[in-house]
Design a protein around this ligand. Structure first.
Ligand code: FMN
Length: 393
């Protein structure tokens, strides 16, 4: 059974991750995880925090001499900003809190953030108790966990990518095939350079106005074997699991697989992907199109998995919205503290991590294995059977 958890507050000492169920014998290193963490920290429109945090994963357990042991993998990420928050975020009670520490208390609720429901639900008198965990700093932990999943999937030829499709109403034109190196170099992780410069301008304009912008991001998983997930139970369907994983990313408001909402006005003959006669025994089921986005009946169908998600504009505005004070209920301007203007570019990296974690889970559910060679044997044995019955048996 593959499972994982994260812990950690945005300005606490750091983040922790535990991953269980990764087969023994997988190569993994802090540097490998570091590559993914660095990708999450880039992107035009991020706030000052990213200049402070240069994330470095520290593997605490589950790995020996560069190979996983099959035991839980423990990873920590230090919060470099902790030095400035030791009093305000102290684990132990603080007597005679300094004025600076007291100023860290937040009562001016931000519309659109977790502040109001979180404070009511947990009975807090300081919104900081909510925002520290609702902050997307937690997504660094997901990216570290996702890096382990990506490493596992890589062993079986599965590759994940992401790109930004829109920011602040500026849409990229479809690019086919996408040059993934140029996406990595794009300041907004967009495959269309012309749209990318207009996206940068949209971010600049929002920043100038003390405002924020959201966007649309696409994650693509290539070479996913046919048959991950299952049609037999609602909570084991692969498309449903991907949707939940992506929707759980902070500020994500919609998820679609393949063309999603676009199919509603089309006829069936315009939507479904015609299956071609077998011409290559290594790739028995070929389609001319991938409108299903790589899943049919809650299972991967052997085509690339394409999932899009919409991310709302950030709730912390330099030019804050009207709100009320938690103590008095009187009109105030919402709280502002250092914040991003647009989070769509890093959200793609987080989306890749979340899709990789779902796929790794579904992959291990299908192929099992306490060691990588055992997983591989099961995988290869299965792959020999996935063609037209008369040719493959
Ligand atoms: C990569 C990333 C960075 C984010 N940065 C900020 C930020 O700087 N300020 C902020 O208010 N919200 C930021 N958010 C969004 C909030 O974390 C999110 O809106 C909040 O948790 C409320 O949850 P909800 O929008 O899903 O309802 C970010 C989200 C992501 C994915």
């Amino acid at each position: 059974m593959f499972r994982w958890f994260t812990a950690g507050e945005s300005h606490g000492q750091g983040l922790m991750i535990i991953l269980e169920g990764v087969p023994a014998g997988l190569t993994i290193s802090e540097d490998y995880i570091g590559v993914q963490l660095a990708r999450r920290q880039r992107g035009y429109g991020r706030g000052g925090r990213m200049l402070i945090e240069q994330d470095r994963a520290h593997i605490m357990s589950g790995v020996r001499h560069g190979l996983t042991l099959g035991s839980p993998i423990g990873i920590t990420l230090e919060n470099k900003d902790w030095v400035n928050w030791q009093e305000a975020m102290s684990v132990a009670p603080v007597e005679n809190m300094s004025q600076e520490g007291r100023n860290r208390r937040v009562t001016r609720i931000r519309p659109g953030h977790a502040d109001l429901p979180g404070a009511m639900k947990y009975g807090f008198e300081d919104v900081r108790n909510v925002l520290e965990r609702a902050s997307a700093r937690e997504t660094a932990a997901r990216v570290a966990a996702g890096a382990v999943a990506i490493r596992l999937l890589e062993e079986f030829g599965v590759a994940l990518h992401s790109h930004v499709v829109s920011i602040g109403g500026v849409w990229a034109k479809p690019v086919e095939p996408i040059n993934w190196e140029s996406v990595e170099e794009s300041p907004v992780r967009c495959a269309d350079p012309e749209a990318a410069s207009r996206m940068v301008a949209a971010i600049d304009a929002a920043k100038e106005a003390g405002d924020t912008v959201g966007g649309t991001v696409e994650v693509i998983a290539e070479n996913v074997p046919i048959g991950l997930g299952t049609h037999i139970q609602w909570d084991r369907k692969l498309d449903g699991r991907i949707a939940q994983a992506l929707m759980s990313i902070n500020a994500v408001k919609a998820v679609s697989i393949g063309p999603g909402w676009e199919v509603v006005d089309l006829r069936g003959s315009q939507v479904h992907d015609v299956i071609q006669p077998v011409s290559d025994p290594d790739h028995p089921w070929q389609r001319l199109t991938n409108r299903a986005g790589g899943t049919e009946g809650g299972m991967s169908d052997g085509m690339p998995i394409v999932a899009r998600f919409a991310i709302k504009p950030i709730a912390t505005l330099r030019n804050p919205l009207p709100s009320v004070d938690l103590d008095t209920g009187e009109a105030v301007q919402a709280h502002f503290e250092r914040s991003d203007v647009c989070q769509a570019p890093p959200a793609g990296v987080i989306g890749e991590a979340m899709v990789a974690l779902v796929l790794a889970d579904a992959f291990l559910e299908k192929f099992g294995g306490d060691s990588l060679p055992e997983t591989r044997r099961n995988f290869e044995g299965y792959m020999k059977t996935v063609g037209p019955r008369k040719l493959y048996q």
